[in-house]
Design a protein around this ligand. Structure first.
Ligand code: HEM
Length: 493
């Protein structure tokens, strides 16, 4: 129950010793905040005891209020309470946004702080685990046997499909931080599925429940300083001991998402001869002597713990092998479609975040006595952003529908279209980040504040265009794959 005040009551609190202000019908006591306000004390004193909504909206995004409300919010203006209750009820009825209802409350107000700190608090992983989000982003089917908490939203496990994964990732991505996404769910979503699909029962039982619960972290360690997209040429070697019970692992991995925090590493190692036929997947554990990880300094994705990893004579039991020896390349390739779908979903939502923030800003920012939105050149930018985003979204839904209703080999047959869609989505993201930056001007060049999301996403774009199959490789794969399928279907080329 929140207290109600009248406007007259607020007006009485208009001195430096006791200063209240109204913003969007809510009453804030900013007395102890005066000297901490990043915009200075004077601006607040000017609006003491009055409705400062307009002034506030000019300089802040609404996330600021969510973040500071626990310290500053003391009540609401009269009937505002009834209004906000109505809003809450309306929100509860709205189907979109409820699937992952905590994004605005649990993530958005802290995104900047966690990104700068290069760390996501453990409590967020645990909350996401309890909400069923963590198993939910690992693809379909729902892992009933290993998920520690039940499926949410009234969805039956047998009904869980890629559309649900899509909604979870899409909703999470509204926070506008690739770092949070990759740190919280991205790494898990690509490193646990190979264990679930190809690992032994003992491995699954030991690793999956704690990762799904957010208690432990896992990462996918494939890329090396020597081999990125060219996976077949990785060098990290795993040699069997004479008794055949252990592998001794030596090598380096680079740009490994979550590698700074991970307890487990789903690692590509060379157990055989050169090329793709000599690669295995091995689960390496942080607790094993000889595992060292270092935070890398990258342009973006700061909260995701991107690491350089060294394995120095790490002794790994043979029972940690994921799938058969020397058949790791197949497992890695099998995983790629799912990884790319995840990147596509995030990239297009991030493009939408750029559009949304740019649209809001253009509707309030005035230059030359006109709102930006009144300038045709700005509307043209927004129009081009919208058409790219909607086209990408429609194509994505078509592909997701096919993963659900095509026969068994859908993921193999769809690898060409998914590759091309990845290019479409990342180009859309790149374009929208650029255009939103132009609309925000200087605010998208400094960290934090109103342009926070745009500034961050502009730095993070490359992390979507390069990994998971670079644009150049995706374009080529898209065409090679369609030729293969056509030949298989009997086309004479
Ligand atoms: C509950 C009330 C308020 C809170 C919690 C608050 C918080 C903040 C924060 C966190 C910033 C840093 C930039 C950002 O993160 O957006 C900021 C900047 C600023 N604030 Fe406030 N503010 C409040 C009210 C106001 C009001 C009423 C005004 C104007 C009358 C104002 C004027 C400014 C200005 C001019 C800046 C600097 C903007 C810039 O760097 O571009 N603030 N405020």
């Amino acid at each position: 129950m929140i207290r109600s005040f009248t406007v007259d009551e607020v007006v009485q609190h208009n001195t430096e010793n006791l200063i209240w202000i109204i913003i969007h019908n809510k009453v804030y006591d900013v007395t102890n905040f005066l000297n901490k306000h990043p915009g200075g004390k004077k601006v607040l004193l000017k609006v003491a005891g009055s409705d400062a909504t307009k002034q506030f909206d000019n300089f802040h995004s609404l996330e600021v209020l969510k973040k500071y409300s626990p310290q500053l919010l003391i009540g609401e203006i009269g009937s505002a309470q009834a209004e906000s209750e109505k809003e809450e009820v309306a929100g509860a009825e709205s189907p979109f946004g409820d699937f992952v209802p905590q994004v605005e409350k649990e993530i958005m107000p802290y995104t900047f702080e966690w990104d700068e700190a290069k760390k996501i608090p453990r409590k967020l992983f645990i909350k996401a685990g309890k909400a069923g989000i963590l198993p939910g982003i690992c693809g379909s089917p729902w892992p009933s046997k290993y998920a520690p908490y039940p499926l949410f939203g009234g969805v039956k496990p047998e009904e869980f499909d890629y559309f649900h994964v899509f909604i979870i990732l899409d909703e999470l991505a509204r926070c506008g931080s690739g770092g949070i996404l990759w740190g919280l769910v991205g790494s898990l979503g690509i490193s646990l599925p190979p264990i679930i699909k190809f690992g032994s029962d003992e491995l699954k039982q030991r690793v999956a429940p704690e990762c799904y619960a957010g208690i432990k972290n896992i990462c996918l360690a494939i890329t090396e300083p020597y081999a990125g997209s060219d996976v077949a040429n990785i060098r990290t070697e795993a040699k069997l001991t004479d008794d055949g019970n252990y592998y001794i692992v030596n090598g380096e991995k680079k740009w490994i998402t979550n590698g700074v925090f991970a307890n487990y590493f789903t690692t590509a190692v060379r157990t055989g001869g050169p090329g793709m036929g000599g690669i295995s997947l091995l689960l390496i554990e942080r607790s094993m002597p000889g595992v060292k990880s270092y935070q890398m300094q990258c342009s973006g994705l700061w909260a995701s713990g991107t690491a350089y990893i060294r394995f120095e004579d790490v002794k790994v039991p043979k029972s940690n092998l994921i799938g058969k020896e020397n058949s790791g390349f197949k497992c890695i390739m099998n995983n790629f479609n799912q990884e790319r779908l995840g990147l596509i979903i995030q990239a297009n939502r991030f493009a939408r975040v750029c559009y949304e923030d740019a649209m809001k800003y253009a509707n309030k920012r005035k230059t030359f006595n006109k709102k930006l939105i009144e300038q045709p050149v700005i509307r043209s930018k927004l129009a081009h952003m919208a058409r790219e985003i909607e086209a990408t979204h429609a194509w994505l839904e078509t592909i997701l529908y096919q993963t659900r209703f095509m026969e068994e080999d859908a993921m193999i047959r769809l690898s060409g279209p998914i590759a091309l869609l990845k290019v479409q989505a990342t180009k859309t993201f790149e374009f929208c980040a650029r255009e939103a930056s132009q609309i925000f001007g200087g605010l998208s060049y400094s960290r934090g504040g109103q342009g926070e999301k745009i500034e961050r996403l502009s730095r993070e774009v490359r992390a979507f265009i390069i990994p998971g199959g670079s644009e150049e490789i995706m374009l080529d794969l898209g065409i090679r794959q369609s030729l293969k399928i056509a030949q298989f279907a009997g086309a004479k080329l």
